[in-house]
Design a protein around this ligand. Structure first.
Ligand SMILES: CC(=O)[C@@H](O)[C@H](O)COP(=O)(O)O
Ligand SMILES: NCC(=O)COP(=O)(O)O
Length: 238
């Protein structure tokens, strides 16, 4: 079964636009779990433009499903994750000024660095996922780093899907099969949405988890949060 982890960054964006605590990201996380999502994802960025480090600490106290923290393992991020001890940490190679994640790791070039970070997180029992492009060499590299899972960066899939779904998913199927052959778990995320999600899952049914934020929170403006979570849960059934 593929789990749906809802990325709540965008709820924090709205809150931060006015100061105060509306909408309340903690209450939103509680409701999202109550509506059936199997995980909560946050991606605190160094400028704290959406999720703040203080949100992450508070969320740890209320999240009862899988808690996934994403980010580049700079020292302050590592300290936060080691303190909070989420279910999973997803290592993403974001530049400080990146608008959003725009590439996976080069797991060959950064093998020693990633391995040292993975060892550290494992020492607290935290599952480690490494964000990679759909490239079998990068999946093999992630295994060499000691990752438990890879997260396939699905922006390329999402942008190519409308014109040719079969071509869009091809590299992802190959990367996913390599991950499975190596005994790695498989996550996927970025720009997944109500249109492209079912096909992805139908082609890679052994996907362990998808993390979805931007489209899901946008859809919630049209359909409401409860109905939107239900619609995404329906899509991940394949
Ligand atoms: C890792 C990833 O794919 C991103 O989608 C990210 O988690 C979203 O971050 P933003 O909400 O900052 O765009
Ligand atoms: N790991 C991807 C994620 O958490 C959400 O990405 P997006 O749906 O906001 O593009």
């Amino acid at each position: 079964m593929t789990k749906l982890s809802v990325n709540i960054n965008k709820i924090a964006v709205i809150r931060n636009s006015r100061g105060g605590n509306l909408p309340d990201v903690i209450e939103a996380a509680r409701r999202i779990e109550g509506f059936g999502a199997q995980g909560i994802t946050v991606h605190p960025r160094p400028d704290e433009r959406h999720i703040r480090y203080s949100d992450v600490r508070e969320l740890k106290r209320v999240v009862t499903t899988e808690f996934n923290i994403e980010g580049n393992p700079f020292d302050p991020f590592v300290e936060l994750v080691m303190e909070v001890v989420p279910t999973q940490v997803t290592l993403v190679p974001d530049a400080h000024d990146a608008i959003t994640s725009n590439a996976g790791w080069n797991t060959v070039k950064y093998r020693d660095y990633l391995r040292s970070r993975a060892d550290l997180f494992h020492s607290r029992g935290i599952r480690v996922s490494i964000f990679v492009n759909p490239d079998v060499e990068m999946v093999r590299g992630a295994a060499e780093c000691g990752a438990d899972r890879v997260e396939l960066y699905t922006e390329g899939y999402a942008s190519a899907y409308p014109s040719n779904p079969e071509a869009a998913v091809r590299d992802y199927v190959a990367a996913a099969e390599e991950a499975r052959r190596l005994g790695l778990g498989l996550n996927a995320g970025h720009d997944l949405n109500l249109d492209n999600l079912r096909y992805f899952i139908s082609r890679i049914p052994f996907t362990d988890e998808v993390s979805i934020g931007h489209a899901l929170i946008s859809d919630a403006l049209y359909y409401g949060l409860e109905r939107t979570v239900a619609m995404y849960l329906d899509r991940v059934k394949g």
